[in-house]
Design a protein around this ligand. Structure first.
Ligand code: BTN
Length: 286
């Protein structure tokens, strides 16, 4: 089906021939364990049960959970996350101490992961304009290609982090809700052609590889990481409206600072550091 947003060119039909499934058990020495589920409610919810269950201390973190289908995919806040088997869907559970991550790194976790995703997808569709939509989306040509859901769990073994990723690789939008179709795209629809079988096979392990590299930069407070997310910032120079519960903040995006906060340049000339909230799509002009 063609998206109804007139600004969005029709997405090519890339789904009429059989292709290998997305590789969901990549070999990666960084992972202590990899669990591949045909179907689950949500990989983040599964990880939470794993980390809070009886055998919590026995799991060799990092653990990744992969699935071809989520019945109740979670987005940020109360949002749901729609996907199909063409979406690379996984959650990695981390022990922050083992990754040398401190509390103040946590707000930057999704950004580091977003940069890792761009590292992998940009070479597959280099003609597109790849951006990070603060705080946790990866977009191409202003269409959402990946969402990231970081969560923190307090367990008897200590704090644990879950990093949930949904990356639309070859998603078939025919059965997606209209609201999703209007704003989403896949790597293949952005590229305009299907990926080669080998590119599909390599995607998950490439992504893990880049994730490890970017998490290491985060732990080291390496300036390249912050420089990269600032370069990729979609909101920079654009009108932004952010909802924080009942509160609405308006201004112009002034970049993402090294702590991961969004700088908002407001009409009264001040700069506000925003650490949370929901960024509205299509804020009114004015
Ligand atoms: O865009 C968002 O608001 C975040 C979407 C995150 C989706 C991923 S898919 C894997 C993991 N499991 C979930 O239930 N959600 C995350």
């Amino acid at each position: 089906m063609i998206p109804s947003n007139p600004a969005v060119p029709p997405q090519p039909d890339l789904h009429n021939h059989p292709r290998p499934a997305l590789e969901a058990t990549p070999s990666c020495s960084w992972l202590g364990a990899s669990i591949d589920l045909r179907e689950v409610d949500s990989t983040n919810a599964f990880i939470r049960r794993l980390l809070e269950g009886d055998h919590q201390g026995l799991w060799p973190l990092p653990v990744a959970v992969w699935t071809g289908r989520q019945r109740a995919g979670k987005g940020r806040g109360t949002n749901f996350w729609w996907s199909d088997a063409g979406t690379l869907t996984f959650t990695v559970a981390l022990d922050p101490a083992a990754q040398r991550l401190r509390l103040d790194h946590l707000p930057r976790l999704a950004l580091a992961c977003a940069v890792a995703i761009v590292d992998v997808v940009e070479p597959l569709a280099p003609q597109a304009r790849w951006t990070i939509r603060w705080p946790n989306d990866v977009e191409a040509n202003n269409l959402k290609v990946a969402g990231i859901l970081p969560e923190r769990f307090a367990t008897p073994c200590g704090d644990r982090l879950a990093l949930g990723v949904g990356l639309n690789v070859s998603t078939n939008w025919n059965h997606a809700p209209e609201s999703v179709r209007r704003m989403a795209a896949s790597v293949e629809s952005i590229r305009g052609t299907v990926l080669a079988d080998q590119e599909r096979r390599d995607l998950a392990s490439r992504l893990l590889e880049r994730l490890v590299a970017r998490l290491t930069q985060l732990a080291d407070d390496h300036p390249d990481l912050a420089e990269r997310w600032d370069q990729l910032d979609q909101l920079k120079g654009n009108r932004v409206r952010i909802r924080q519960g009942e509160r609405v903040l308006e201004g112009v995006g002034g970049g993402i600072d090294p702590t991961g906060a969004l700088r908002l340049l407001t009409a009264d000339g001040s700069i506000q550091s925003i650490v949370g909230g929901v960024v509205e799509r299509n804020p009114p002009h004015g």
